[in-house]
Design a protein around this ligand. Sequence first.
Ligand code: NAP
Length: 346
Amino acid sequence: MSEQVRDVVIAGSGVAGLSAAVYAARADLNPLVLEGDEPGGQLTLTTDVENYLGFPDGVGGMELVQQGKEQAERFGAEFQYGSIESATFDSQPKELSLSTGETLRTRALIVATGASARWVGADGETALMGNGLSTCATCDGAFHRGDDVVIVGGGDSAMEEALFLAKFADTVTVLHRRDDLRASEIMATRARENDAIEFAWNTELVALHGSSEEGVTGATVVSHPDGYPAAKYADGVDVEVSEIAVGGVFYAIGHEPNTDFLRDTPVELDDSGYVLTADADESWATTETAVDGVFAAGDVMDHAYQQAITAAGMGSMAALDAEEWLNSHLAAASETAASVPAEADD
Ligand code: NAP
């Protein structure tokens, strides 16, 4: 274990982590950013970002995070490969065991590990992600003006994204694995009442066709009147198989917050695994968690907005909260040390 005790470690190098790194580095906290399993986060899966303030012509997702990293490095932030496998918060400094086998010690921790969009598991999806296949309609929907697009999912996200896509696409087909939506009634009604949106019930996607040059051009879908057709297809049950022409496919089957390493710690998580920050009654907006000196920002604690710009804002908040906590914590520690009588010199 390294003898060095860091002031701040930032777990995650997506927009929230990078923004926290810029703020913490400018505050002379020498942050160490653990890049995580998906360096750069979800934006690296997006081609052009058109709704991030300050880029009137849009900016590539990869370019945005690369520039954010350079910006943080300019002020002294360090970056290191690896993610946290387990953490001990019951003593100070906090101890973090990394995937690399190393153990780090830090006074404050900013958790910006994000959430990973669930993928369907259809053939061809890895090659086409970011090339006509997307997990974010708000980010990529505007590239599909006049296209026929498909959205997979039956929850509020799928309805919200279908309604957003209906502004651009010619037709939007919602593929849902059952014949009953999980979405709230109000969202489902809005989607049902939109003429551009159609529903393919008891239907799932099993393969995507296209190339990185052409984007998505088609899909193989399966249907069965009893629902969950993909599993039936895999088990050899007779299902209806169709080839459809599509110009874009969007996954909206939920996200998994990357919080496994917090499960055995006192950091509080909600039922879906998102980090719970302190009670809104105590402070109108805070990034503090249930553990003193542990802060959270971005998609790991936000399942409502999930935008690059909101994550960046929360990252800056976490760094400011951590800075204030460190100042008061270090001041208290030096007062305690000062109150212990010094040993008399002979
Ligand atoms: P969700 O509610 O968990 O819905 C996920 C949907 O994807 C479900 O319909 C599920 O099908 C389907 N699904 C899951 N795995 C699948 C797979 N492998 N293949 C095909 N389909 C699959 O997730 P969400 O829609 O992202 O919403 C998350 C939370 O955020 C919810 O609490 C939601 O209310 C909230 N939210 C609210 C709003 C809003 O109010 N404006 C907007 C977005 C999200 P089954 O139904 O068969 O399980």
